[in-house]
Design a protein around this ligand. Structure first.
Ligand code: AKG
Length: 395
């Protein structure tokens, strides 16, 4: 069973989130906060809807202690990495400069198509200037070095996920991820909420703005080639991604001296259409599930993007491309930082297989759903603790 992450809904007005929450009320007082149950070394922050510890702070003190892993983070043995067969994963490498070169485009396009059927690939020669990548990496790294009280100026509000905090906590009994994040809505630009954009380091906003523009260009390019690979009109996907909604999740994974007993990000698929991931430092940790069920490490190539197909693209492509389950493990002694750019479809879109792909005797493999209902179902799945999201739409 797959679990789907929160990439798809950040640009919903907070009131829509609250509406959905109200439909299925949850207890907003965390059991973690009950007297005597608060982790002694942790400072609690409110994230999403349930207050949980700040992992970066907790890890700093806990790694120096001899205490066992706090139970909120302790994974069941079968989930822990030590008990899984993990092999070195070779994911396809696609060269954007070759896609753009008329002499090489056909061969590279075939590689792109095959890569999307597998769900994960690395994109090299993507044209984002080194300076833009380096500035974004530097400022993201500097942000996480700031004292907690400075970072918390940008903390999440109780009814939303934008800002500094942790990934979505949907139940008091779920195991927590060993990570903190900064989640920002980047595009459409008019929907940016600057309250959550760090003003420290001083160049942060400018660096992220330029990084957002450059990655949006890369995604436009990919969408054109994907449309060609799918055999539909070249601008077909670009039109669906009108305005190119883009969210950024920057994740900080502190080291954990018992790394095999915790999880940086739980197993999930992306609810978005296309994700571009940048390794902000060179610590590996991302793993994806291969067809035979094993977890495979992604070995990042310097300056490459790790691109993954999300649930929406799997549906639009009528299953031609695959949204693959992935997770993040943490390092025993090194911090890890990543920046994921989630690309969405326009809010007015009906999500379903492109009619061109099922016309002429083809079979629709997914039910169509409005974007709003897609998001509603995503929330409902989270809140009642069920894991499947994409499976709900499969015919
Ligand atoms: O940090 C990573 O490598 C991936 C993060 C991720 O999959 C997520 O946040 O959805």
């Amino acid at each position: 069973m797959k679990e789907t992450d929160a990439c798809g809904f950040i640009y919903m007005p907070a009131s829509s989130v609250v509406e959905i929450l109200n439909a299925e009320p949850i207890n907003t007082t965390s059991s973690l906060q009950e007297a005597g149950k608060n982790p002694p070394m942790a400072q609690a922050i409110v994230r999403g809807h349930l207050p949980v510890p700040n992992v970066q702070e907790l890890a700093q003190a806990w790694n120096r202690s001899s205490e066992p892993v706090p139970e909120w983070y302790l994974r069941a043995e079968e989930e822990a990495t030590a008990d899984e067969v993990v092999a070195g994963g070779v994911i396809p490498v696609v060269d954007l400069s070759k896609l753009l070169d008329p002499q090489a485009t056909e061969k590279e396009l075939a590689k792109l198509g095959t890569a999307c059927k597998q769900g994960f690939f690395q994109l090299i020669n993507h044209g984002v200037p080194d300076e833009v990548l380096l500035d974004a990496k530097r400022d993201i790294t500097e942000f996480f070095k700031l004292p907690l009280e400075t970072k918390e100026v940008y903390k999440q509000l109780p009814d939303g996920l934008q800002g500094y905090g942790s990934a979505f906590v949907f139940s008091e009994t779920q195991k927590l991820d060993w990570s903190n994040m900064l989640y920002l809505l980047l595009r459409p630009i008019e929907l940016r909420d600057m309250r959550f954009w760090p003003a420290q380091p001083p160049s942060f906003r400018n660096s992220v703005d330029r990084y957002s523009a450059e990655t949006a260009k890369v995604v436009s390019c990919l969408l054109r080639f994907l449309a060609v690979d799918m055999g539909v009109e070249q601008n077909r996907l670009l039109d669906i991604f009108g305005g190119q909604p883009q969210n950024m999740k920057v994740t900080y994974y502190p080291p954990c001296r018992e790394a095999g007993k915790v999880m940086g990000v739980s197993s999930h698929t992306d609810a978005s259409a296309l994700t571009l991931l940048l390794h902000v430092n060179d610590v590996q940790g991302l793993q994806f599930r291969s067809d035979d069920g094993r977890w495979l490490n992604v070995e990042p190539i310097d300056r490459a993007f790790v691109v993954s197909v999300g649930d929406i693209l799997e549906i639009l492509s009528n299953g031609r491309y695959k949204s693959v389950e992935h997770r993040v493990v943490v390092h025993p002694s090194k911090q890890r930082i990543s920046a994921a750019m989630f690309h969405q479809v326009d809010r007015s879109t009906t999500i379903g297989p492109l009619p061109e792909l099922v016309e002429g005797g083809g079979v629709s493999r997914y039910r169509s759903v409005s974007h709003a209902d897609f998001l509603k179902h995503f929330f409902a799945t989270k809140f009642d603790g069920r894991k499947s999201h994409l499976d709900h739409y499969k015919i």
